[in-house]
Design a protein around this ligand. Structure first.
Ligand code: N01
Length: 556
């Protein structure tokens, strides 16, 4: 295990410790060190910058956000100094981008790589211990550990007996996996599985996809950016930034203000066709009420199911793929490159493990209730212990020895997804209860990182010691997060990682804030402007919380 070059056995005193060197950690370091002049250190488990993109190198791994909006938008200089090559950035290009930013801002000198945090205890300061035996003592602790960084490998009996190789997509070998001449089984048809299957199928002797929940997908229509597009992006910094701040999910495209029932059937179909041809997540912006009404949603869902049937030639396979029983967009909607077309290949088969569940993994492959499938490689595209998993794995202990695991036994409880009661001066970038995974990540990360830097600046300027939310504020916020979700179709899906339902034993709580990024940004800014309403600073509470009563979830 690397030790990042620090002293073992000696405690390193800091103003702030940041955990994670992805989008969040890099920008947080820049603001706290270069704007506030604090003594800051980042620790990162991986051997380089990248966060989720350090680990997710599976075949086809590519961002579903369009490249010009999947970037830092706090600096026009960074924007002008970088050129994306494709409509959607691949994982390697995103790592190159983050290295470019880290080098431009001279960040790496304050990042220790190969350092994994194993515990953090609040003792008036945060005492943070690492797997390699280092100890840090910091006034502020900022977690920038991502929402999807703890792999969910299902507990299927017999995996240890399997004689072939197996990999989870979120911990993909850096040297790649050679599928040539191999029989591959892929479990999972979420955003990851839908990206991976076509690429694996093109290389493997045979690919068997084990599908539990069929899924919608819209073609990404990825392509190299033309010179004209590149030039336009370069000159549009202010417009791109403004648009990402105006849209409820932080993407650089608008959600139509029109409802599905305001147009004729023919007009609605025409709009869906137009968005299908354009490709990508823009499809879900076709009508403003798609996630508010089942009737509205059905129009999009039926359109997409018909598309599946139109592409997939074998009718039995098409039936299995189109047998979708959740509303479109109520699970994270994937986008793809020839996903459904892949099932027209002779070397690809689909197994419905909802009808015939996986029973065990044997030496030779996967056994379902229907029969056995001989395999050389198993790919787990089975997702993550999302949002709470990465935070709980840090073994955080707050005031009076309260562990985060106990505090969150019934589900996460935060104020704004930014702070947790009894965990003073701990800030969680894109924590549960914030828009996070319902938003284009760099946009919500920037807002959190800036809010945290402003808050710390306020504490420093006023000579304050510690900030934490009040119990009332947390209660009100958790209720508001639930109300915002319940105003949409999002919590109606049983098998959703948004609800924690993919991890056995995890409390069923809708974790991200569904009220939209615009609303969230305004609420968080108002709270800060009002002297950090709902927080206690050195034991003194600012006035109570007043959250908006008109909870009209802004769509996601
Ligand atoms: O994970 P998932 P993912 N037996 O949880 C199945 C982001 N992302 O890695 O739905 C059989 O969505 C599970 O079935 P079910 C994005 O936010 C971003 O694909 O639980 N199947 C499901 O089909 C995304 O939402 C990009 O019934 C089992 C699949 O595995 C998030 O990451 C690209 C099973 C897991 O789907 C997670 O996506 C890719 C079992 N025991 C991902 N256990 C970008 O654009 C699980 N499954 C950047």
């Amino acid at each position: 295990m690397a030790d990042g070059g620090g002293d073992i056995g000696k405690t390193q005193e800091l103003d702030a410790l940041i955990i994670g060197a992805g989008f969040g950690g890099l920008y947080q370091l820049h603001l706290l060190r270069d704007r506030l002049g604090l003594n800051v250190q980042v620790v990162e488990k991986a051997e380089g910058v990248g966060g989720t993109w350090w680990w997710n190198r599976y075949p086809g791994a590519r961002c579903d956000s369009e490249s010009h909006g999947y970037a830092y938008l706090f600096s026009e200089a960074l924007h002008r100094g970088w050129q994306w090559s494709e409509r959607y950035p691949g994982h390697a290009e995103i790592r190159r981008y983050l290295n470019y930013v880290a080098d431009e801002l001279d960040l790496k000198r304050d990042i220790d790589f190969g350092v994994e945090v194993v515990s953090a205890d609040y003792q008036g300061r945060w005492i943070v211990r690492t797997a390699c035996g280092r100890t840090f003592s910091a006034r502020y602790l900022i977690t920038a550990v991502g929402c999807l960084s703890t792999a969910n490998i299902p507990d299927i009996p017999g995996l240890e007996d399997f004689k072939g190789e197996w990999h989870h997509t979120g911990a993909w070998p850096h040297e790649g996996v050679d599928f040539t001449g191999k029989r591959v089984g892929q479990i999972g048809t979420g955003s990851t599985g839908i990206q991976a299957a076509p690429v694996i199928a093109a290389e493997a002797e045979h690919l068997t996809v084990f599908q539990r929940t069929p899924n919608y997908s819209v073609p990404a229509r990825n392509a190299p950016l033309t010179d004209e597009a590149k030039a336009e992006i370069k000159e549009s910094f202010e417009d791109i930034r403004a648009l990402t701040h105006l849209t409820p999910n932080g993407h650089p495209f608008e959600i139509s203000p029109t409802r599905t029932d305001e147009v004729s059937d023919a007009e609605r179909l025409e709009e869906y066709e137009r968005r299908w041809d354009k490709g990508g997540l823009r499809f879900r912006g076709a009508f403003q009420n798609l996630l508010m009404s089942k009737e509205a949603n059905d129009t999009a869902a039926n359109f997409l199911k018909e598309k599946i049937r139109g592409v997939v030639k074998d009718s039995a396979t098409a039936d299995k793929l189109a047998n979708i029983d959740h509303p479109y967009g109520a699970k994270r909607p994937p986008i793809d490159t020839t996903y459904f077309e892949t099932y027209n290949r002779d070397n690809v088969s689909l197994v419905d493990v909802r009808a015939h569940p996986i029973q065990r993994i044997a030496e030779t492959g996967i056994e379902t209730a229907e029969g056995s499938h001989d395999l050389d490689v198993i790919v787990f595209a089975t997702g993550f212990d999302a949002m709470t998993g990465p935070l709980l794995s840090l073994n955080l202990t707050g005031k009076n020895g309260v562990s985060l695991r106990n505090a969150w036994a019934a589900g996460p409880r935060t104020y704004l997804g930014l702070q947790i009661k009894d965990f003073p001066n701990l800030f969680t970038v894109t924590g549960p209860g914030s828009p996070s995974v319902l938003c284009n990540m760099p946009v919500c990360i920037e807002q959190h990182v800036e809010w945290i830097a402003d808050c710390i600046e306020h504490l420093e300027a006023t000579g304050s010691g510690a900030i934490e939310p009040t119990e009332t504020a947390v209660e009100e916020w958790v209720a508001h997060v639930n109300d915002a979700a319940n105003a949409t179709l999002l919590p109606t899906v049983k098998h959703s990682w948004y609800l924690g339902a993919n991890v056995p034993g995890k409390p069923r709580v809708f974790m991200p804030y569904a009220g939209g990024m615009v609303r969230y940004r305004n609420i968080a800014a108002d709270i800060a402007k009002d002297g950090y309403r709902g927080f206690e600073i050195d034991g003194e509470a600012a006035s109570g919380v007043a959250l908006p009563q008109d909870i009209v979830a802004a769509g996601v």
